[in-house]
Design a protein around this ligand. Structure first.
Ligand code: SF4
Ligand code: SF4
Length: 517
């Protein structure tokens, strides 16, 4: 445990007002089970899950309703018992605003459990693939907001030095990890132990910002209680965005993750503390991921707080559980004030990635002053925690020079918004970078589609050419065979003629004798 561990600094970033206490004064509680649960099939990074239930089917709490497809995939489980009433398209919380396929369950109030997953309390006797399989079948994904399948992240191979559990929670207003640690520190620490075993390493660092004293106390008390010397708790200054994976590793270790690499390349693996608690539930109690802690905050909601909510609960019901909207509510945002994205309405479900619902008033989200030309002051580059050149990135994006945008390491941009905050010309830089990422993705998709079409065309042409060649070969063979048969026929006819001739010749003297008699 350490409050005096040597720490490093990352480039850029800034201290921001936390606004955490807005939502931490009321203890964590679970919400009730809503009448309807809506489970999107795609609520994680990777391939969407595939529904394995049909309307009319009864399901139990925790029963899989959609199976994972592909290596980077995750199944989806029923949030409570009831009857499947629909498998179809519904609005889902996504920056695109598009709808997506969902399994809709009318709950029966019984909350009857599925018992298909044993508690693996003997996990220390199991090997890494068995533990990863359990994490995958229980649908665990990163709960810090990225929703990357945890089983894939745990499959990093050998050479790892340390597991880092991220409790920094640097974004203003969000306090779900803080409240999780205050109430369920034992689960987080147990999850760390399970992952250490699965990764076959002997060091875990749980990193927490110093503005969460209650969570820090609960965490350090639990680590001291179990006396596991492999686990170290480290406090760090509250600098936004220290909770970014790359920034956190740099603060803790002084090492930078290469621009085109991942933390495992330099020996580290980061997981969110909520993910660790979910891993502990899946392995030690056989509980799939069917609920999560979510912060509901902002001056647009009557009773800001944290709730443990069943996944699939309509967002409107979650807001109701917090006393509903205030008169001043203007914007509903999924995620925090800095990195979240707006939702058009609340008739959509809470998903695995929903760490925060921020209901902002007009005061909270003041209109941005009109954009002015860039004055090349360089403030954006000084503030960027990813050491990017936002000014150049913006120019290249405007020019639609996406090769240059990629060369400027756009994909290292974590969309933290620091550059926006400091830009004296009020240029919405982060919006440009989101647009550039979407555009590059669309173009890649388009290129992939045309490559696919060209490959199909070429494959078809090759097949037709081969068939034609085969047809010609057969024809020639047949012609040759016919020619030979015709020759054989001529030979046969000649032989018959020869025989007939001989017969006639033999008959001729006899006939003469007959005549003489
Ligand atoms: S939004 Fe991107 S470019 Fe801007 S400061 Fe953050 S990481 Fe850097
Ligand atoms: S902060 Fe704004 S004005 Fe200054 S260089 Fe960056 S984009 Fe230009």
């Amino acid at each position: 445990m350490s409050g005096d561990k040597r720490l490093w600094q990352f480039h850029g970033g800034m201290p921001l007002p936390g606004h955490k206490r807005v939502s931490t004064s009321i203890p964590l509680e679970a919400t009730g089970i809503p009448e309807m649960l809506i489970h999107p099939l795609s609520q994680h990074v990777g391939s969407p899950a595939e529904a394995i239930v049909a309307p009319g089917e009864r399901v139990l709490r925790g029963q899989p309703v959609a199976r994972a497809t592909g290596y980077v995939g995750s199944p989806v489980h029923a949030g409570s018992s009831g009857t499947v009433v629909e498998v179809g398209s519904r609005p889902v919380p996504h920056p695109s605003g598009l709808s997506a396929d969902c399994v809709v369950i009318r709950t029966d109030g019984e909350d009857a459990p599925f018992t298909g997953y044993d508690a693996l309390t003997n996990y220390e006797t199991l090997n890494a693939p068995a533990l990863r399989a359990r994490v995958r079948e229980c649908g665990i994904v990163g709960l810090g907001g990225a929703a990357f399948p945890t089983s894939v992240k745990l499959n990093v191979g050998v050479g790892l030095k340390s597991l880092i559990l991220n409790a920094a929670e640097c974004e203003p207003y969000i306090s779900c990890d803080d409240m999780l640690l205050r109430h369920r520190a034992a689960d987080v620490v147990a999850g760390a132990q399970v992952m250490l075993h699965a990764l076959e390493i002997r060091h875990c660092c749980i990193a927490i910002e110093e503005d969460k004293p209650e969570a820090l106390e609960a965490l350090t008390a639990r680590v001291a209680e179990i006396g596991d010397t492999r686990i170290e708790v480290v406090t760090m200054p509250a600098i936004y965005p220290a909770g970014g994976e790359r920034q956190l590793i740099q603060v803790l270790t002084g090492h930078e993750v290469p621009a085109d690499g991942i933390p495992a390349d330099i020996g580290y693996l980061c997981q969110n503390v909520g993910t660790a608690a979910a891993v502990a539930s899946a392995v030690l109690r056989g509980e799939p991921l069917i609920s999560r802690v979510v912060t509901v905050t902002g001056s647009g909601v009557r009773q800001p707080r944290n709730l443990d909510v069943r996944l699939g609960t309509p967002i409107a019901k979650v807001i109701d559980a917090c006393g509903g909207y205030t008169e001043s509510a203007r914007h509903l945002i999924m995620g925090g004030a800095m990195m979240g994205f707006p939702l058009n309405h609340d008739d959509m479900p809470l998903i695995k990635a929903t760490n925060c619902l921020f209901v902002a008033s007009a005061e909270d989200v003041r209109p941005r002053p009109p954009e002015q030309p860039c004055i090349r002051c360089g403030e954006c580059a000084r503030a960027c925690p990813a050491s990017l050149l936002p000014q150049q990135l913006q120019w290249s994006t405007r020019a639609e020079d996406f090769d240059e945008v990629e060369a400027l390491n756009l994909y290292d941009c974590i969309e933290c918004g620091c550059c926006d905050l400091v830009c004296p010309s009020h240029i919405p830089l982060t919006q440009y970078f989101r647009y550039a990422k979407t555009e590059i993705w669309n173009r890649r998709q388009e290129r992939a589609r045309s490559d696919h079409a060209r490959n199909r065309f070429e494959a078809r042409k090759t097949r037709i050419d081969l068939e034609e060649a085969e047809r010609k070969r057969r024809l020639e063979a047949k012609t040759r065979a016919l020619g030979k048969a015709s020759q054989d026929e001529d030979t046969r006819k000649a032989m018959i003629d020869e025989v007939m001739k001989r017969v006639r010749e033999r008959k001729t003297p006899d006939s003469a004798e007959d005549t003489r008699e």
